[in-house]
Structure formats: C-alpha cells, structure tokens
Design a protein around this ligand. Sequence first.
Ligand SMILES: *[C@@H]1O[C@H](CO)[C@@H](O)[C@H](O)[C@H]1NC(C)=O
Ligand SMILES: *[C@@H]1O[C@H](CO)[C@@H](O)[C@H](O)[C@H]1NC(C)=O
Ligand SMILES: CC(=O)N[C@H]1CO[C@H](CO)[C@@H](O)[C@@H]1O
Length: 729
Amino acid sequence: MDDENGRLFETEKGKGRKIHRVFATTVLVSIIWIWIYRATQQPPLAAVSGGRRWRWSWMGMFMAEVWFGVYWMLTQSVRWNPTYRRTFKQRLSLRYENQLPWVDIFVCTADPKIEPPMMVVSTVLSVMAYDYPPEKLAVYLSDDGGSELTFYALTQAAIFSKQWLPYCRNYKVEPRSPVAYFRSASHPSNTKHSHDYVIVKKLFEEMKNRIENVTKNGRVPDELHVEHEGFTEWDSFTSSRDHGAIVQILLDDNDDAEGHSLPKLVYLAREKRPDHFHNLKAGAMNALIRVSSKISNGPIILNVDCDMYSNSSDTVRDALCFFMDEEKGHDIAFVQYPQCFENVTKNEVYGGSMRVLREVDFHGLDGSGGPLYVGTGCFHRRDILLGKSFDNESRIKWKMENDHKETPKITIEEIKNLASCTFEIDTEWGKEMGLKYGCPVEDVITGLSIHCRGWKSVFYNPKREAFLGVAATTLDQTLVQHKRWSEGDLLILISKYSPAWYGLGKVNPGLIMGYLIYCLWSPSSVPTLYYSIVPSLCLLKGVPLFPSVTSGWFLPFAYIIVSITAFDCLEFLRSGGTTRGWWNDRRIWLYKRTSSYLFALLDTILGSDLSFVISSKVMDSEVQERFEKEMMEFGGSSPLSTTVATLSMLNLVCFLGFVMKWVLMDTVTRGVCYETMAIHVVLCGALVALNVPLYLALFVRKDKGKIPDSVTVKSVILALFISTVFYFL
Ligand SMILES: *[C@@H]1O[C@H](CO)[C@@H](O)[C@H](O)[C@H]1NC(C)=O
Ligand SMILES: *[C@@H]1O[C@H](CO)[C@@H](O)[C@H](O)[C@H]1NC(C)=O
Ligand SMILES: CC(=O)N[C@H]1CO[C@H](CO)[C@@H](O)[C@@H]1O
C-alpha cells in the first residue's frame, strides 16, 4: 500500500552511470591521443609540392579536433548524473485537497494567420479542463496579434466550455483538447456516454464551423458583434501594431451546464504603439503577470504556447507535488515539462521529436541543478518570477495564500493601465522583475537568472506526454527554427547574462557546462563545416590528413569513430527511436550544423538579420502525403537549403572523383592509397551515404517537394568549381 506520509515526489539516479563514466574516460584518452598525434606528427613542409598548404589543412584539422574534444567534454556534463522524478498525486490530494493553491495559466499567441484561432482555443479548452478544482484555475490568453478573430473564437470557446468541461469530468476523457479528442476518439459503447458524445460532438462541430468561417472571411461580421460587448474595443482599433490595451473577462464566477464552477477566462491584448518596442513574448508574459495579479493572483503560473495543448489532465497536480513537498519543495522555482510533438512520423525525417534532448540532456541537467526554462510547458512560482532571491524561509505559505484570496475589486481601466506601453518605463520589469528583455530566447536567460539567484528547477517527464505541439514539417521550417534558436543561444553567451561569467560561482559548474552546450551550437558550425569539406577535397587530391592503417596512431581514430557512432545510435534507440530514425537524425544534425548554425553565426558576427520567412504550419494535401511517406520536403530555395545542397554535391564530386582515380590506379598505388586514405574514404563515404535522399531530391524526384532546378544548377556549379580550384591549385 502507498505510504500516506511519504514524500510527494521521489528522485532516482540513472542506472549505468558507472559504466558510462568508464566509457567516457576511454574516449577522453583517445581524444588526447589524437591531439598529441596532431601536435607531433605534422607533415614536413618540403615533403611534396604544396607542403605549405598541406600544413595549413593539417592545422585546421587540429583546431577542429580540439573544438570537438572540448565540446564533447561539455556534453558529458549532461550524461554524468542523470536524474529521474516520480510524483505521488494520491498523497497530494490526501493531504492538501482543500488547500490547493490557485493556478494561473498563460497561453500566448501572436498571429491569427500562423496560429489559427481554432488551434488556439483548442489549447485553451484543454488547459481549462485540467483535473483540478476549477474555481482555482484562471486561464489568460495573451493575443499579441490583437485580433478580433481570436477574440471571437475565445467567446465561442467560453460558451462551449460549459458543455465540454462536464463532459470531460464525467467520462474522464483524454486528451482534453476537443480537436485532438474528436480526431482520435472512437464512438463510445456505453449508452449514456454515447448520447452525450453525440451532443457534445455536434456542439463542437458547430463551434468549429463558426470559428473557421469567420477566420476564412478574415473578419467578424457586424451582426455577430452584438453577441459580446467586448467587440466595441475594436471600434478604435487601427492595426495590430497600433491599438490600446484590450482586457475582457469572459468567464468569472460562471457555472457550467451542471452547476459546477468554471475557471476564469480572460482575454488580453496589451497596448501596442509604433514608437514603443513591445519586447516580443517576454513583454506579453510580463503584462500577463501584472494583469493576472489583479484578477486571480495565483501563486503558481503555468505558461504554454498556443500550439501546445495539454495531453494529460494530471499535469497540474504532478507539478504541485514538487512545489508542495514539505521537505524538498522550498527551493524549487520552476517545473519544466518536455516539449513533445504529435506531428512526427515514425522515423522522424526532420529529427523533429528531439528525443535525445528530452530523454538524455534534460535529465542530465536536472541532475546538476535544473533544466533550462524553454518557454512553454513550464510551471513557475509567481514570487520567484517577480525576482525573489533564495532564502531558506521561502516556503510558500499555501494556506495563507488561500485565505487572502479576495483580491480587492479594481476597475478594468486600472487593469488596462498595467498592460499599457508606458507602464514599464523606469521600472525593473524586464530587468529584475519578470521575464528578461533584450534577447530572442528570453526564456533561457530568465531561467538562468533564476538559477543564479539560488533556486533549483525540476524536469518532469511523465510517461504520458503532458503537452503536445506541432513539429516542423519541412526541411526549411526545421532549419529556420534552429537558426533562430542557435542564434538566440549564442547571443546569451555574449550577453551580460552569459552562463560563462554571470553564472560563474553562482550555479553548479555542471549546469554552466550544460548551458554552454546550447550556447556553442552556432560556433560549432565552423569546425563541422571544415571537417565535412577539407578531408573530402584531400581525398580527391590524394593528400592524407589521417594516419595510415598500419600506424599506431590509427587506433584512437578508429576507436572514436566506432565507439561514438555506436554510442550515439544506442542512446537514440534507448530514447525510443528507430534505427532509421537515428540515421535521419544524423542527417538533420549535419544540415543544422552546416547551415542553420552557420547562418546564425554570420548574423551574430555581422550584426545582420537574415530572417527567413517561415511558412505557416498548415499543410496542403500533397505535402501531407509526402510527409506521411517520409519524403523530405524541399520545395523552396532558401540560402539554407542551397548551402546544404552544395555541400552534399561537393562530397559527391570528391567521392566519385576518387573512385575514378582508384579505378585507373595500378595495384601497388592502390595498396598505398588504401593504407593512407582509409579514414578519408570512410568519412567522405559516410557523408555521401547520409545525403542519398538529397541526391534523389536533386536528380531523380519529380514531385513538387523536390529541390528546385535553380538550386540544383547552382549547387552543382559551385561544387564543381570549388573542387576544381582545390585540385589544380
Ligand atoms: C497523449 O495521451 C494519450 C492518452 O490520452 C496517450 O495514449 C498518448 O500516448 C499521449 N501521447 C501522444 C503523443 O499522443
Ligand atoms: C459564413 O459566413 C458568411 C459571411 O459572414 C455567412 O453568410 C454564412 O452564413 C456563414 N456560414 C456558416 C456555415 O456559418
Ligand atoms: C498541423 C498539422 O500538420 N497537423 C497534422 C498532424 O498529423 C495528423 C496526423 O498525421 C494530421 O491529420 C494533421 O493534419
């Protein structure tokens, strides 16, 4: 039987840590061995014609290997001490059912075109339907698009929630996003349930039609304006970049169809003016923090993106098990859930599920003080988000929080003032209070500064995914997304909140190393690019950069190639992936590193802003079909995919060139070549093998998702040019 007095959560260390540490040591020895090789075995300057160039290529290899070695050490920080968590919701309700704290849920949306209102309200409904006392929930939708379409959708969701919430409660349905539920649910067999199912489904379809009709027309017809007084707010509306604050409390002390309470539901579009920078999502979050403090003031805040619906109604209770644990809960600032995605195919052509990040990295970070705050699926303590520093007395007095619940009545005008452009001028908002400004990945620096103030965070990865979002479904989307992330992470490294110095001495060194893994994503593009170009060119030319098979120096190279590949594959399989998925993941890894990260680095160094347009997450049927067949979708011609195509062509040219030379060689030269060029062949051959789907898209495929001819021509010419110049120079 469950021990009623036990802890509310349990922490377990990962198994096999010792074995991993032994393995890591052998890899470390090989890395150092390789460094020694590079330092001592340089090619003599006068060895061949072009000895000087050979020397330079060699030095480049050395530097790349130093980088890889150091980077590899950083990645060990998240494999050293993996930590897993378990919660006991039963004990939570036994002890605290009547003292559960208020929870404020923030959903952020920004653009009704990219984020269709139907998707947004489906997310809103899923979080309204949590298995939690509804009178203690308040859901806030921040609409940075200031769109009356989104507002209309929310008014409809408020009406539908009166049927939807009782339905969820009575039949314990999962997931509680109506779109996801009706997409997958089968017709129930129980008569009563079946009866209700038909009614609710009909209401849902009607709501969906109304919302989609309005969305399609791009405006809310005047006759619908009378349905809610809130629409008068749009009378003085100029554009999404120039309008006053709009606050509408759609549900407040309302009851559902069965007489139970409904959560509060609030719509907020903060004031926007062209001459005030709005600080993107961080600005929206800070406005929400202030506005909610006057309406519900819950001590716990959950923040989700509008495309991440709740897939599990237990999530709030799970998170509270951490905050409310009597012994260990007092220093936990936030509980981060993993980002999971529903639109990934079995073998993840775009590496979209980010498995290893979720199943390995974040558990490792948890072991050294806490995962990063990734901006969605995260529960925060309000007082800590407002800037509170750690002290041992900082346990929330849950009971008191509940007693003082009666927030003084304040007018809507006063609330609007909190969401105005000028409110934050000369305040600590964006600096010491709330989410930090001045960085595109505001969530990560906010999380870091919380860690630096002495708090811990927790990563909770339940079996049933807590939040489900939509992953990128074309190559360009994937690459653009990673460019944005890696650029933001690099900006953190060079900002005043850099983990390297801001965090030094304040947080666990393991955690600093963990942060650095992501901050160094984009600089690592340079050595990767070098390693995927120069050895291939040298293969074509016949200049060895690696030791020959018969030499002792060959051993560390062979060991690293074999063991790291095997380890990587195993880790992927253990995280629940397939072998094909791993192979695809390696390809995307290469593409990300040689294009997204490279462009992010260039942008940062040159101070330019090569932002590429991202298409919306809505697919047409042909694209959908190719997606399901796991064919890569190229279609567009962005600089990102051109880089990727050129690089793959370059490797193909070098490999084929080498094969031709090999065919023409006599047996003796072949023997020598086999000994000296073996690693080159393996490396270049692996790159060519990885790129097979891309060659198909360049030359064979005929569908619309193939690489456009202009890109094919460009990449072939560039690849031939580079290899010819290198060969004859
Ligand atoms: C979501 O929740 C359902 C149960 O409602 C579960 O079967 C499923 O595995 C979860 N995850 C995904 C990705 O659907
Ligand atoms: C859709 O909107 C148009 C224009 O506002 C209206 O005439 C039509 O009746 C609507 N259709 C449905 C199915 O609601
Ligand atoms: C937005 C999107 O791409 N949704 C798709 C996710 O995957 C399911 C099942 O494959 C599709 O039905 C959705 O259209």
